[in-house]
Design a binder for this molecule. Structure first.
Ligand code: HEM
Length: 376
């Protein structure tokens, strides 16, 4: 019998890296037991995880938000995400949008990301919840700017961003019709969609892209908040980065390895029997890759349990791998660097508040409920 990770165990939720890491050292494939779900096969090691994410026999299926009973009928066509499709359809969608999400495009956006981060810090001082005041609104503002949403609609986008960032629940469902209508209008704004006017995507597909960008585009919230928490609670880390900004790009990669928000990939389904690391995963099974385990695999990372802001090579799986590799990774990197740079420059003497920030017991996402700090 394979070892398992028991997601009903509060100890597992309190320290996912320890639990996933123990499983990794027992077997390259384990099972994950979660309430109300069939056991999920989980790849724990880096090499096997990377191979699994590029294996066409493990396929995404419609997940899907659009199939939820509380989603109004007229919204459904606009919620079909590229994450749920495979093969030629996926390749066509990805090819069409790729030019707008290159490293060059993200670099062109750097100044605007820095400005948005700076604007959010204006007026903040003293004891502050940086999650609510900074890390949460910034990714919504970035997506709004990218899509060309008028400034007057920004507060509404922030509200939607906060509602969808958890990925489920009544607030999520309630936000859907408004987002879909705004996405349909956004197709006519100046922004990334203008660049995609000749991409061959039709109006519904472009609106569906806006939906995905708003949804996927919230993830930097948790990377930024997690990174600030870790920098402020690891002795010397904040000062190291503050005193040498040239470390920022590498440090952001290391922080993504160390405290990146996605603990696991979306589940895939085995189209046939698939052997991973000597274990046969039967056809029809649900399969995930434990990003938490792979990113601390000692077979790939020297001293994996040490946060090393000067780590030279950091091939983490924080943005996954293969055909579904995060579309927004270059933008997420630029945005996180500029968020941290703005904070380190503007408030160089910031410290964690006396009330500590705890990880929430969320099996899929490493995230905080609040990030109380004293800005200085
Ligand atoms: C720190 C920030 C981010 C992290 C950690 C992250 C992580 C991920 C991961 C792990 C996947 C692949 C999931 C899988 O294969 O199971 C993914 C896919 C995706 N991400 Fe991100 N993401 C981030 C930011 C963003 C941003 C800013 C955007 C949009 C601008 C975005 C848009 C997407 C899209 C559209 C996909 C689906 C790609 C496809 O299926 O081909 N992400 N992301």
């Amino acid at each position: 019998m394979l070892p398992s990770i028991d997601l009903t165990d509060p100890g597992v939720l309190a320290d996912p890296f320890a639990a996933h890491g123990r499983a990794r050292e027992l077997s390259p494939v384990v099972t994950l037991d979660a309430p109300g779900m069939p056991p999920m096969w989980t790849v724990t090691r880096h090499a096997e995880g990377r191979a699994a994410l590029a294996d066409a026999r493990l396929e995404m299926r419609p997940a899907s938000f659009a199939m939820r009973p509380d989603v109004p009928e007229h919204c459904r066509p606009y919620m079909r995400s590229m994450q749920e499709v495979e093969g030629e359809e996926h390749a066509r969608l990805r090819r069409a949008v790729a030019p707008a999400f290159t490293r060059g495009a993200a670099e062109d956006f750097r100044e605007r990301a820095a400005r948005l981060a700076g604007e959010l810090l204006d007026g903040l001082s003293g004891e502050t919840d940086l999650l609510a005041a900074f890390a949460r609104p910034l990714p919504s503002d970035v997506i709004a700017e990218l899509v060309g949403v008028p400034a007057t609609d920004r507060p509404q986008w922030r509200e939607w961003g906060a509602a969808v960032s958890i990925g489920h629940g009544p607030a999520f469902a309630a936000a859907i019709p408004g987002i879909v209508d705004a996405a349909r209008r956004a197709v006519h704004h100046e922004g990334v969609l203008t660049a995609l006017a000749h991409s061959g995507l039709d109006g519904t597909e472009l609106a569906a892209l806006v939906w995905q960008l708003l949804l996927g585009g919230q993830t930097p919230t948790n990377l930024i908040a997690n990174a600030v928490r870790v920098l402020l609670t690891t002795p010397g880390a904040w000062e190291t980065l503050r005193d040498d900004e040239s470390l920022l790009p590498g440090a952001v990669e290391e922080l993504t390895r160390w405290c990146g928000p996605q603990l696991m990939t979306f589940p895939r389904f085995a189209r046939e029997d698939v052997e991973v690391g000597g274990v046969t995963i039967p056809a029809g099974s649900m399969v995930t890759v434990s990003i938490a385990a792979a990113n601390r695999d000692p077979r790939v990372f020297a001293e994996p349990e040490r946060l090393d802001l000067r780590r030279e090579s950091c091939p983490h799986l924080g943005y996954a791998h293969g055909p579904h590799f995060c579309l927004g990774a270059p933008l997420a990197r630029v945005q996180t660097e500029e968020a941290l740079r703005a904070l380190l420059r503007r408030f160089p003497k910031t410290r964690a508040a006396d009330t500590p920030a705890h990880w929430l017991p969320d099996p899929g996402t490493l995230r905080l409920a609040a990030l109380p700090v004293v800005l200085g």
